[in-house]
Design a protein. Structure first.
Length: 404
């Protein structure tokens, strides 16, 4: 009986010691001080989106065949919405149509020399709130009339928008940056270019050759273009009767405007902006800082996601322990960085944001990658508990021999 009491007492004491060690270790790790954003599906953000097939429309009848909603009238146009297409050629190609249609809220990318979106011999088409990347043009209007390109983000293309042999089209409220050229005209007349942000393009923000005329351009923010340094010109006009203001009181905002002079657009047309204003931005990019984080080395889908904002975002860099690992165009209001590749250790992740005028902002996150088992308690507890168990077992064996 005495032996049983001794053994029972030792087991109770061992259990209490293990519980105490567990409590101490849990207290030493405060999860409320750590924040980690984890995609519950364990996939990257881009992998979650459905990839659609490219769309090729060659007549009014094809809209319904490709699943467009609507009936093709002004009040109820055909609609393609919420598509993601990544293609070697054009993502969306519309030709020989007169029906009203809208392409809306799509993410489109081409890795070839074709336009991402092509309208050829089209009337009454509209592209709105889309994001295009790559290709010879973000949007190309060829032999097309009465079309609208509005509120899109067009970047990393040869031309953000190409207006070729077209007339009476409107380009309104777009962000066009990081292209070879912003907007390019060729044999295009009577188009409106209004309230766009056209900046940080390799050559001209706007280029109008000799064979385009009677286009009107005002209310735009045109700055820091020709980053190639060849001529440092935001726009070029060799056409005829193109207007760079509304003729009443509104011109454009130019990053190279000298307020003591009339703003003259380079080129043979001798165009001027009668109501030019200076475009400047001295405000640093905005970034909502992230807390330091701790993740399990076995976890899948751990991602840092920053909310960022700026009027003229240009590019960003992510460094890992002082080594640059990402450099990309800044085209979204969120920037993410996956952490699955990290091994056990401590990492300093630095996000640096740059805008077109040269303003800079940054955020640093310390990422601790640890091995968690038993619900995140840690390997230390396992070692302590194992030691206590072994010691208890040895004592029990010893007492059994002494008392037997």
């Amino acid at each position: 009986m005495r032996l049983k009491h001794v053994v029972a007492t030792l087991l109770v004491v061992s259990t209490l010691l293990i519980a105490t060690a567990t409590s101490l270790l849990i207290t030493s790790y405060d999860p409320s001080s750590k924040v980690i954003i984890i995609n519950p599906a364990g996939k990257s953000v881009s992998a979650l989106a459905q990839i659609n097939e490219p769309i090729i429309i060659t007549s009014n009848l094809d809209f319904a065949l490709f699943g467009a909603t609507g009936v093709g009238t002004r009040s109820e146009p055909y609609k393609f919405e919420n598509l993601q297409v990544i293609e070697n050629g054009s993502c969306i190609q519309i030709q020989d149509t007169t029906a009203y249609f809208v392409i809306s809220n799509c993410s489109l990318e081409s890795s070839n020399d074709d336009p991402v979106i092509l309208f050829q011999n089209v009337e009454n088409g509209r592209v709105e709130e889309c994001e295009t990347k790559g290709g010879s043009s973000g949007v190309e209007l060829y032999q097309s009339v009465d079309c609208t390109v509005e509120d899109n983000i067009l970047y990393d293309c040869y031309n953000g928008v190409s207006l070729l042999s077209s007339a009476n089209n409107t380009v309104l409220g777009n962000r066009i940056h990081g292209n070879h050229k912003g907007i390019f005209f060729d044999q295009t007349n009577h188009c409106l270019i209004i309230s766009n942000s056209i900046y940080s393009n390799f050559r001209y923000g706007i280029q109008i050759p000799f064979n385009s005329h009677n286009n009107t351009i005002y209310g735009n923010r045109i700055g820091w273009n020709d980053i190639s340094g060849i001529a440092l010109e935001n726009a070029f006009d060799s056409g005829e009767d193109n207007a760079f203001d509304d003729g009443v009181s509104l011109g454009n905002f130019w990053s190279d405007f000298n307020e003591s002079e009339i703003y003259r657009i380079p080129g043979n047309a001798a165009s001027i902006d009668q109501f030019a204003q200076l475009l400047e931005d001295r405000v640093a990019p905005g970034v909502i800082p992230l807390d330091d984080v701790a993740i399990d080395v076995e976890a899948v889908g751990s991602i840092l996601i920053w909310s960022v904002y700026d009027q003229f975002p240009e590019y960003y860099i992510i460094s890992e322990n002082d080594m640059q690992v990402v450099m990309d165009l800044w085209e979204s209001d969120v920037i993410s960085y996956e952490l699955d590749h990290l091994d056990i250790g401590t990492y300093t992740i630095l996000l640096t944001l740059y805008d077109a005028p040269g303003n800079v902002a940054s955020d640093t996150v310390i990422v601790e990658v640890i091995s968690r088992i038993l619900g995140g308690i840690g390997t230390e507890l396992v070692m302590i508990a194992s030691g206590i168990t072994v010691a208890s077992f040895v004592i029990v064996v010893y007492l059994i021999k002494r008392l037997s």
